[in-house]
Design a protein around this ligand. Structure first.
Ligand SMILES: *Cc1c(COP(=O)(O)O)cnc(C)c1O
Length: 438
């Protein structure tokens, strides 16, 4: 085609959120991605079946390892993260397990930031230990702490860029340099920022994890997780990753990195980890999350705007001791936020009440519009007292290290009318102050 049109400009984020992975259905023309509620797929013939099973042809066999609705979602999130490929899972925790299953061996370890979602601390400390995978936690405030913790059995660094629960931002670039020098991947849990606010691959991350349960789905109605690979990590640069660089006996001697190159990690995740561990995303949930993502940019914009207003309101309130939101002038993370989260530091943050534990529990019991529950990234404003709930299983020391001390309240600011959110906090804070004065 003779073409004097301008070279194609890459599509913008909003366009990708709507169109990536969501082409019209080739067989019916359905404009919206259908829910392929089918467990299995008919083979053309025996040769076709054999080539599918040998991973020589791309196609669908059985929904545990692949489904067209789930594929559309994987393609969309990989596009939004500017990654090469993704593997969706039933939950965010399953995504973490799947990524680590590929990288770890019994006796191996990974280094993690202490500032994590409480469930991740528990998963890494207790459950992964039963597989012989050890996690060494370091304070991410000083990037060199990651380097100091690395030893010859270290297979990865894991962190949350915008950490749950406390509005802490990790300086990603120097940590990515440390991982690169050690020849290990940097895994970033980008759940609380979402790809709209932060793009960890631009700063040297190699693998991104999401709990799609949160902002990606965005409506509190479907659980899901995903592992996205950048496609830029060289798994063969050392001998640390035999499950990618050595023939796989569970796959008739296939070597995943050699065969699939820049999407070898994802292929291993699908063909072996999903196949054998089974934490598959349901097509219905993939559909709900796909629908949610179409409005991600608009939602995140308003989430950030409302969070800023709530943080400013709380900071000026006499019952509040401190507010940890990187959008405030008082935040030590303001500069890092400008660098890594230029569109705003999310809508999940913590604050402390002068009345301590009692005031915290009284506040969460006094809200009316706001929901007291364990989730985040919903259209609805959500509140929780981590020390008595999400971070309950941790020791007091771990709780404080994770930013979940006794006085801490976590809020996920939603999309209601801002005056209504603030009015509800106002009456609940009055209750909490009265309770603390008793
Ligand atoms: C919720 C969450 C997870 C776990 O995701 P699930 O979908 O609940 O399994 C992991 N990391 C972060 C930051 C989270 O907020």
């Amino acid at each position: 085609m003779a073409d004097d049109r301008k070279p194609a400009k890459p599509p913008g984020f909003e366009t990708l959120a709507i169109h990536a992975g969501s082409a019209p259905d080739p067989s019916t023309g359905a404009r919206n991605v259908p829910i392929y509620q089918s467990n299995s797929y008919v083979f053309d013939d025996v040769d076709h079946a054999a080539s599918l099973f040998n991973l020589q042809t791309f196609g669908y066999i059985y929904t545990r390892i692949g489904n067209p609705t789930v594929s559309a979602l994987e393609e969309k999130v990989a596009a939004l993260e500017n990654g090469r490929a993704g593997v969706a899972t039933s939950t965010g925790h399953a995504a973490q397990m799947l990524a680590m299953y590929i990288l770890m061996e019994p006796g191996a370890n990974f280094i993690s930031s202490t500032n994590l979602y409480g469930g991740s601390v528990t998963q890494f400390t207790h459950t992964f230990a039963k597989f012989g995978w050890n996690c060494k936690f370091v304070d991410p405030g000083e990037p060199e702490n990651f380097r100091d913790a690395i030893d010859e059995n270290t297979k990865a660094i894991f962190l949350e860029l915008l950490a749950n629960p406390g509005g802490v931002i990790v300086d990603l670039e120097p940590v990515a340099d440390i991982a690169r020098e050690a020849g290990i991947p940097l895994i970033v849990d980008n759940t609380t920022a979402s790809p709209y606010l932060a793009q960890p691959f631009d700063w040297g991350a190699d693998i991104i994890i999401h709990s799609m349960t949160k902002f990606l789905g965005g409506h509190g109605n479907a659980m899901g997780g995903i592992v996205v690979e950048s496609g830029r990590f060289d798994w063969a640069q050392n001998d640390k990753f035999p499950s990618l660089t050595q023939p796989d006996p569970a796959y008739h001697g296939l070597t995943f990195y050699e065969t699939f190159g820049d999407f070898g990690f994802s292929t291993k995740g699908r063909a072996v980890a999903l196949r054998d561990l089974g934490p598959t995303l349901a097509p219905m949930n993939a559909y709900l999350i796909l629908t949610g993502i179409e409005t991600l940019p608009l939602r995140m914009e308003r989430h950030v705007q409302n969070a800023q207003a709530v943080a400013e309101y709380l900071e000026a309130h006499p019952a509040v001791a401190w507010v940890s939101y990187a959008g405030l002038k008082s935040s030590p993370y303001r500069e890092l936020a400008k660098k890594y989260l230029p569109k705003g530091p999310g809508s999940l943050f913590t604050f402390g009440l002068k009345g301590g534990y009692e005031a915290g529990t009284s506040l969460v019991e006094s809200v009316e519009l706001i929901s007291h529950l364990a989730n985040l990234g919903d259209t609805k404003t959500l509140i929780i007292h981590p020390a008595s709930t999400t971070h309950r299983q941790l020791t007091e020391e771990q709780r404080i290290a994770a930013g979940a001390g006794p006085d801490v309240v976590r809020i996920s600011v939603g999309l209601e009318t801002i005056d209504d959110i603030i009015a509800d906090l106002d009456q609940a804070l009055d209750h909490a102050m009265a309770k603390a004065a008793e």
